[in-house]
Write a protein that binds this ligand. Structure first.
Ligand code: APR
Length: 232
């Protein structure tokens, strides 16, 4: 049994086998869209309808997808141990639907809306469009998904850094290690004395920073790793 709390960082790879696209693989979303157009404040200012449509498609895919064996295994780990913090870069809600109760969405959530004028946040299902009116400030034309775009500050960083620098084991699952600050968590954890483990389809950009690596599809590797930790 690993000593000390566990922090798990997940990325798009954990949801790949649920049918949600990753970003940087050969057929990833960033090979089909320019991230500057659809995932930046500048892109939203220039063409909000295009951005809303991009995320409407992401939301539709998310609603149509189901959690896979990797999501379920992490929920089982959370139930078996009280000291697991799950941090995700994913905007989907598959960890929650698999039964995880405390998920830190550092890049926001596709099933939530943010008013770009007054900051009101609320759950959101279905399509988002420019005529949506904010229930708080009464303005239309400023509705956006509550997701963190490039150039914006990720959410919950204080809580995340505190957990990362006080854990016994840091695990990154299904992330390419190309977006900071998340890509830097492994180094922060290691510097503070934690063991580090990468679980991914193939070596990520930061693979050499981890003490141990397990490679293969998440639906196989993650349940097997959880079995080792807490039994099947
Ligand atoms: N099992 C495990 N890992 C997988 C699987 C799988 N079935 N399929 C793909 N992967 C791995 C890929 O090898 C890759 O290393 O998942 C990783 C996905 O990397 P990215 O597409 O870069 O996704 P992520 O790391 O989550 O991206 C970080 O970038 O665009 C932004 O905000 C977006 O949160 C996202 C951030």
């Amino acid at each position: 049994m690993t000593e000390g709390p566990i922090v798990i960082l997940t990325g798009a790879g954990i949801s790949a086998e649920s049918g949600l696209g990753t970003f940087r693989d050969a057929d990833g979303l960033w090979t089909k869209y320019r991230l500057e157009d659809v995932a930046t404040p500048e892109g939203y200012a220039k063409d909000p309808a295009l951005v809303l449509d991009f995320y409407n498609a992401r939301r539709e895919n998310c609603v149509g997808a189901s959690p896979n064996a990797a999501h379920s295994a992490l929920a089982r780990l959370e139930r078996a141990r009280g000291d697991v913090l799950l941090v995700t870069q994913n905007i989907d809600d598959l960890h929650e639907r698999a039964g995880c109760t405390d998920v830190v969405h550092m890049h926001g959530e596709i099933m939530a809306a943010l008013c770009a004028r007054c900051g009101n946040r609320r759950p959101w299902e279905g399509r988002m469009c420019l005529t949506d009116v904010c229930p708080e400030c009464g303005m239309d034309g400023r509705n956006r998904p509550d997701v963190v775009w490039f150039g914006e500050m990720p959410y919950h960083l204080d809580r995340i850094y505190s957990a990362v620098t006080n854990c016994g084991l840091f695990v990154a699952i299904g992330t390419s290690g190309s977006v900071y600050p998340a890509a830097g968590f492994v180094s922060e954890a290691a510097a503070a004395g934690a063991e580090t483990l990468e679980i991914n389809l193939e070596p990520s950009e930061t693979a050499s920073r981890f003490d141990r690596q397990i490679y293969g599809p998440a639906t196989e590797t993650v349940p097997a790793w959880v079995d080792q930790l807490v039994g099947g």
